[in-house]
Write a protein that binds this ligand. Sequence first.
Ligand code: AMP
Ligand code: ZN
Length: 114
Amino acid sequence: MTSCLFCRIIAGEIPGTLLHQDADLVAFSDINPQAPLHALIVPRRHIATLNDLTGMDDALVGSMVRFAAELAKQHGYDERGYRTVFNCNREAGQTVFHIHLHLLAGRGLHWPPG
Ligand code: AMP
Ligand code: ZN
């Protein structure tokens, strides 16, 4: 059994509030939401950090970004605005080492981020 939290959610071993799934991607609600909409868009395949991506993953990462835009639109935030974030490693605050794209929307978001 894998020890990766997101692999376990994807496998259905740990419950998650699923928003979408297809052959390559799963999206679920963040358990500790930082905005009215806080979704995590996660590839089914385990990739620990952005540093592990190769050119073979370009289409996969592109589909993650495009799906974030689609989800924002489905929730009515495409015109108001939304933020997408990949955290990579410790100083950026990565805590789950299976890449995920945060989608945050529904409130004014500060810049620069903390
Ligand atoms: P990061 O800090 O970029 O690695 O983001 C990890 C995110 O996963 C955080 O925003 C957590 O709130 C979220 N998280 C942790 N455990 C769970 C869980 N069981 N279900 C959904 N989201 C989770
Ligand atoms: Zn994983």
